[in-house]
Design a protein around this ligand. Structure first.
Ligand code: NAP
Ligand code: F7E
Length: 363
């Protein structure tokens, strides 16, 4: 039985990867952080399974990393932990650098210090944000990097230190340069999830309007569940190499809104330009989407489009056989429609609890 350690197991990708590796028969270990609230929603269904284990560790704390790696002695490490929000990285640049840059070094050094350099394979969660202010379209493994946020600059260090350890110490460590991947488990402040939640809330009368930033920004959006398979494939490859993982299709934030609202039965029409652009409900003329400059970034990455040819050729991973853009939007909207309906039902019961208790409907 192989043993895997996933940092960032409570995140979107960590939760899908844990499920994937458990199904493959791995003994799965994950790192968690202490928090005053319960944040383990995405992995709650895995807790208690015999081959699922959790350990406290923080990428800002070398001792905790050495301790967990020394104890688990993993065959594979998936370093997914990060401060992953680009906009937040402008507000917390030093924390982002510590976790997303130095944190990677801490993992690599811990593996060496635990004498696991020859046996442990390491996957580093790299990102299309490295291309930033893009120098060519679409972007492949050969495209020059031009990071355009504190997050991207930190991740660039992570990418290079992984390459350095691979060459200096002959370690099997690789980066997956993953383009945006989303899901029903995506954090609620990333643009796709913000849109699908808002579409569901607006449809169910729980929200009036959605405020967004740059509607013209272009992304290559895939499904997170499809992408975690690639992380595993990268570590099963004969040689340690870096791969671009993407769908090879590009859509704008505006288009994402159009399809998300279409799935709840609202046809949007966009009028106006830049900060004055608005999304109208075509049937009623009501404004449902407005631009707020609060969501503009000091430097924004606006043209990401991946070329996944190398992954297709060498790993046999074919994005055309995976979840399509329209399927992705639909599955996210459907999940959020259910979530909002369940919240409304719970709210209704809570509001009427006193009356229910009095009438004996709830005991
Ligand atoms: P996510 O949902 O934000 O999850 C991030 C994970 O990192 C969480 O488990 C979080 O723990 C953990 N974490 C944050 N700071 C930490 C620290 N100091 N020590 C230990 N753990 C820490 O991100 P994701 O979307 O799953 O992405 C996974 C990885 O892929 C990240 O490295 C991200 O930068 C990278 N990436 C993501 C995408 C994408 O489109 N999703 C694309 C390219 C690359 P808490 O739950 O305790 O906060
Ligand atoms: O923004 C624009 C925003 O925050 C996408 C992370 O997983 O993928 C993610 O980073 C685009 C940007 O993702 C809003 O300006 C417009 O151009 O969903 P996002 P991201 O910045 O691409 C990469 C690959 C990662 O590595 C990261 O970890 O959408 N946008 N209006 C908005 N973005 C947000 N968040 N909120 C808005 O209201």
């Amino acid at each position: 039985m192989k043993t895997a350690l996933i940092t960032g197991i409570t995140g979107q990708d960590g939760s899908f990867l844990a499920e994937f590796l458990l199904e493959k028969g791995y003994d799965v270990h994950g790192t968690i952080r202490r928090s005053s609230v319960d944040y383990r929603e995405r992995i709650a269904h895995l807790e208690g399974k015999p081959h699922f284990h959790l350990h406290y560790a923080d990428l800002g704390d070398s001792m905790s990393i050495i301790q967990v790696i020394g104890k688990v002695k993993p065959n594979e490490i998936y370093n997914l932990a990060a401060q992953s929000h680009v906009q937040v990285s402008f507000d917390s640049p030093e924390f982002t650098a510590d976790v997303d840059a130095t944190g990677v070094l801490r993992i690599l050094e811990a593996v060496r210090q635990c004498s696991l350099a020859d046996t442990c394979r390491i996957y580093q969660a790299s990102t299309s944000e490295l291309y930033g202010k893009v120098e060519e379209v679409p972007q492949s493994e050969k495209t020059p990097f031009h990071p355009y946020s504190p997050y991207a600059v930190a991740k660039l260090y992570g990418f290079w230190i992984v390459k350095e350890y691979r060459e200096a110490y002959n370690m099997f460590c690789c980066s997956g340069i993953l383009f945006n991947h989303e899901s029903e488990r995506r954090g609620e402040t990333f643009v796709t999830r913000k849109i699908t939640l808002a579409a569901a809330r607006i449809k169910q009368g729980k929200q009036d309007k959605l405020y967004l930033g740059n509607l013209s920004s272009l992304r290559d959006w895939g499904y997170a569940k499809d992408y975690v398979e690639c992380m595993w494939l990268i570590l099963q490859n004969k040689t340690p190499e870096d791969f671009v993982i993407a769908t090879g299709e590009q859509h704008s934030v505006r288009e994402f809104c159009y399809y998300a609202f279409k799935h709840v039965g609202i046809e949007l029409e966009f009028k106006g330009e830049d900060a004055d652009e608005k999304g109208y409900d075509k049937a009623t003329g009501k404004v449902l989407i407005e631009v707020s400059k609060d969501f503009y970034r000091p430097t924004d990455v606006v043209n990401l489009w991946g070329d996944p040819s190398k992954a297709k050729k060498e790993l046999g991973w074919d994005p055309t056989k995976k979840t399509s853009f329209e399927q992705l939007v639909k599955l996210m909207v459907e999940a959020d429609m259910k979530k909002v309906a369940a919240e409304s039902a719970a709210e209704y019961v809570k509001t009427n609890l006193a009356e229910y208790l009095e009438k004996g409907i709830v005991k």
